[in-house]
Write a protein that binds this ligand. Structure first.
Ligand code: ZN
Length: 94
């Protein structure tokens, strides 16, 4: 069963383990009996694959502070090799 966080206006936040079918039902505080609405938060990312987490972090960092690129990515510095074979001269050119 999942754990849901609720906030009592008097006592503060507390966690309660409840079935998914009862997640929307109202909860009362165990200490004072006041109505305690559910608190919605970002999902826990502890169980995320480390590779996915690195990709998400890199994506977020790239969106905030993109890195400076000094050359076109994907191209090597070496020139295209030139062939000396005379048969290659008869090949169609793009
Ligand atoms: Zn309370």
């Amino acid at each position: 069963m999942p754990t849901y966080t609720h906030r009592c206006p008097v006592c503060g936040e507390f966690d309660r383990i409840r079935p998914l079918s009862a997640s929307g039902a109202p909860v009362t505080c165990g200490d004072c009996g006041a109505a305690a609405p559910r608190v919605f938060r970002a999902p826990a990312l502890r169980g995320v694959d480390p590779g996915l987490r690195r990709a998400l972090d890199a994506s977020g960092a790239s969106a905030d502070t993109p890195s400076v690129v000094s050359s076109v990515p994907g191209r090597s510095r070496r020139a295209t090799p030139v062939t000396r074979d005379p048969r290659h001269a008869r090949l169609p050119r793009p």
